[in-house]
Design a protein around this ligand. Structure first.
Ligand code: SF4
Length: 64
């Protein structure tokens, strides 16, 4: 189970992070947009990264 903290940390250093700021499917984006996290990334789908960067970035986090 991935924690919010991990989603946040990964989002901060992920080279693939893209804010889903013009995604009309996310009406609460105003509350979320200050929060860099996989949850606000356009690549986050069904609780996973749809370009498979998550595991890679999480691994590099663990090494620091
Ligand atoms: S969803 Fe994927 S691309 Fe987006 S920040 Fe997370 S790991 Fe990176």
């Amino acid at each position: 189970m991935v924690s919010k903290m991990q989603l946040h940390s990964v989002g901060e250093i992920c080279p693939g992070y893209l804010m889903a700021d013009n995604a009309s499917w996310m009406p609460t984006i105003e509350d979320l947009e200050k929060d860099v996290s996989c949850e606000t990334c356009i690549h986050w789908e069904d609780n996973k990264c749809n370009i498979n960067l998550f595991d890679k970035v999480l691994t590099s986090l663990d090494q620091t």
